[in-house]
Design a binder for this molecule. Sequence first.
Ligand SMILES: Cc1cc2nc3c(=O)[nH]c(=O)nc-3n(C[C@H](O)[C@H](O)[C@H](O)COP(=O)(O)O)c2cc1C
Length: 360
Amino acid sequence: MVALKNDSELEVTERTFDPLRTPYEVDELTFPAEGSLAEQYTHLLRYAILAPSSYNTQPWKFRLFDNGIAVYADYTRRLPVADPNSRELLMGVGAAIMNLRIAAAHFGFDCRVDYNYSGDSELPIAFASVERSLSHKTPDDSVEKLFSAIAKRHTNRNPFLMARVPEAVISRLSNLGGDADASLFFSTDATKNTTVAHLVAAAERVQQGDTQFRKELAEWIRPNKTHKSDGMTGAAFGVSDVTSTLASWAIKTIDMSNLRARHDERLCLEAPALLVLYGEDSVPTWLAVGEVMEKILLTLTRDGLQFSFFNMPIELPEARLELRKLIGVKSWPQLLLRIGYSLEKPAPSPRRPVEECIVK
Ligand SMILES: Cc1cc2nc3c(=O)[nH]c(=O)nc-3n(C[C@H](O)[C@H](O)[C@H](O)COP(=O)(O)O)c2cc1C
């Protein structure tokens, strides 16, 4: 690549493989319209794998068939300490399925997803029947807007501005939940948000004070210039390149629970809006929450808003009960998000190459 540095100077730089950016450069113009079904399905999956997942474990596998794509939950990537029931793991799989649905619609396919809740981890958790749409309709505007947000969606853990989240955004988001499986609760109420912030801090203290929790977390923390294609880099937490080389060791070795709790409590207190997704505790609900979550995150991205997750109080039974009381629902909080605006750009997280996620 040739870059103009100033009027007289030309700088020649080599384009090197960048594990943080490359997966996000997926180009819709490279869709293999004349290629085989397998090549076309693989292209759709390039969007599916950009979904969020707890600790960026990317707990999904796919198998290609003539009539569609089998989706597996990859339990070898589970987090036994933070997520013993694979609740969050299945939300990640649900999010990948939502991206697949949106990409399929964008490229002119009909996509029907049938879930399989048998509990047998050897069987696919879902089968996406994907076939060329006979209607030849151009995908509607809402699909196109979500599609264009897939490669731009990143978790943003920076402080947010004090700017309010417009009512119009909240009501647009509210319409995305609402079915029996996954419902939404918003709070822009300072008193409620303060209570949630205290719950977040208390849960963070418990988790970060637990050596087993820190050991598991440390296994998924990467230096910024990592060659690994999963896990969370220091950059995703605003940590410099040098410091990021020590982050995994520091998390495992040093109890920073008070520091972490105060930091997250402040972020939560300053959040213009908090959002809880809630529903029953069951495999179908966790997958549905994952699908709705991804639609919410893509809608926020499209509207220029940022988000990050505060799932600590939902991972601990006592704190979860408190949160449930606070939002006044009969089922269970499944996901807690902070929503707002930020001037700071989030750092993209790595992704495994799609080929690595496809089993023969
Ligand atoms: C179900 C679920 C729970 C999550 N919980 C947290 C959390 O409690 N704290 C956090 O910082 N990130 C959380 N994340 C965000 C992931 O760490 C993030 O999605 C992953 O590192 C990939 O980064 P990306 O979202 O920028 O693609 C969660 C993600 C999912 C899907």
